[in-house]
Design a protein around this ligand. Structure first.
Ligand code: CTP
Ligand code: CA
Length: 227
């Protein structure tokens, strides 16, 4: 029912969404990751689809079914997500980076499982590419970039610094340690921060409602950039 009642206000636009965690492997069966469920990003992808956009969803491993009517690209590692997103970036009007990209990967990945007796209690890590920062550097004048920030303290300041550093149009600040917006749930509470200093709070609502709010702004920003 919702599908038929939704105004198709993103028709003609291509929206790329990333979702879920990444996995950074030590060996074929062990990895570093995080508790992201992918629900926030999938909600954005589904909402954009329902509003008429062509949607590309670049997803890390999640337990969620692939949404109908969306081109889903499955990836595991941050470097795979980086390649998948950069390859498609030129054809997009907007990118919403809801993925929880691991910041670090093991510096070396063993090709065989390492028995624990042969393992060490220290691992060398290497940074993963910052996908969103790269998009910020490559952004064309008409493109809209949205990030998510996950902060447990000094949220506003840190999120604003990311908004600026990554050349974003909007960042949604999450509070993962706050009751009611924990990882994996169907609800979230975010603050939307804009480059001009504006802050809009959603209150605690369904992830789908957060997605709709974000897309309302994406649409406005796209139209403003066309003018
Ligand atoms: N992000 C990204 N590539 C990375 C890390 C993060 O594209 N390697 C994106 C996330 O998808 C998110 C935004 O950057 O949209 C902010 O992610 P966050 O983890 O909050 O910020 P970081 O820049 O990684 O800073 P830190 O984790 O150190 O606070
Ligand atoms: Ca990070």
């Amino acid at each position: 029912v919702r599908y038929h009642l939704t105004p198709k206000d993103l028709e003609g636009y291509t929206v790329l969404v990333t979702a879920g965690p990444t996995r950074e492997y030590f060996d074929p069966v062990r990895f570093i990751s995080n508790p992201s469920s992918g629900k926030m990003g999938y909600a954005v992808a589904e909402a954009a689809r329902d509003r008429g956009a062509r949607v590309i969803l670049v997803s890390g491993p999640t337990a969620l079914p692939a949404p109908w009517g969306v081109e889903v690209v499955h990836v595991e590692r941050a470097e795979e997500m980086h390649a998948a997103v950069l390859e498609r970036f030129p054809e997009t009007d907007a990118v919403v980076m809801a993925a929880a990209v691991a910041d670090w990967r093991p510096a070396r990945t063993a090709s065989e499982k390492t028995p624990k007796q042969e393992g060490k209690n220290v691992v060398e890590l290497a940074p993963t590419p910052d996908i969103l920062a790269e998009l910020g550097r490559r952004k064309a004048p008409g493109q809209v970039l949205v990030g998510f920030a996950m902060e447990t303290r000094a949220g506003r300041e840190r999120a604003r610094a990311k908004l600026e550093r990554k050349n974003l149009d909007l960042i949604a600040l999450n509070f993962p340690t706050r009751a009611g917006s924990a990882f994996g749930g169907d609800h979230n509470e975010v603050e939307l921060l804009f480059p001009d200093g504006r802050v809009e709070a959603t209150g605690r609502v369904r992830k789908r409602a957060v997605a709709e709010r974000v897309l309302d702004h994406v649409r406005e920003l796209l139209i403003a950039k066309e003018a």
